[in-house]
Ligand binder design. Sequence first.
Ligand code: DGL
Length: 256
Amino acid sequence: MNNSPIGIFDSGIGGITIFNSIKKLLPNEDVIYFSDNLHSPYGNKSIKTIKELSFKNTRWLLDKGCKIIVVACNTVTTNSISDLRNSFNFPFIGIEPAIKSAAIKTKTGKIGILATKGTLSSSLFNSTSNDYASNIEIIEKNGDGLVQLIENGIFEGVEIERLLHKYLDSMIGKKIDHLVLGCTHYPFLNKILSKILPNTIKIIDSGEAVAKQTKALINKHKINKESNQGNYSFYCNGDSSSLNKILDKKYEINII
Ligand code: DGL
């Protein structure tokens, strides 16, 4: 068990932002990454479909012998993590928009959240907002169209800028001081985001927090891989060009 890999899945390349944080914090651990990009994007799908896909991805990673599973997708976590935990007697780590952290840090009392429709409409997201941010103003925007562009390897340019202005200009106007990236694909836009956002607005994502939780869970279950540099395998069930674009050329990408 100790030498088994950590399994990570997402609807595409978004979870690579989480993989990068895990690799940094747990350099010895082996990782199997699965991109279900055949079914990307998840953000506008029904809860039923999101659940079905999350179960399929979980079974696939379990067949590969993973010791824990990181659901590197806010849309899946907020709609399906409790079902996954109830159905599989297995350790899962999920990712949710970092509302709590932004709510603690805000000075203007206004924060922005950019996430998928699936995440923003979920009961988990709404209960977390009520629990931690009931006394601050949250300006939510569905980042419709961004994931498709990112999956096509487009991280900057006219179309991305047009969409970001459409979603963020009203938040900027309302003087938010933190922007929560509630989708694991969005950190790929950090460069263009820092061009668009005034420097009074801080960008927050949950990548590091998820890596820390993964480490804590591995420690708790005493399933740490003892030595050696980690091995990484990448799989996708659609086109591999976006994974190819963002990963180091030394990694092989398997198409299933
Ligand atoms: N990366 C995902 C998330 O964090 C899914 C985005 C999508 O497929 O729409 O929500």
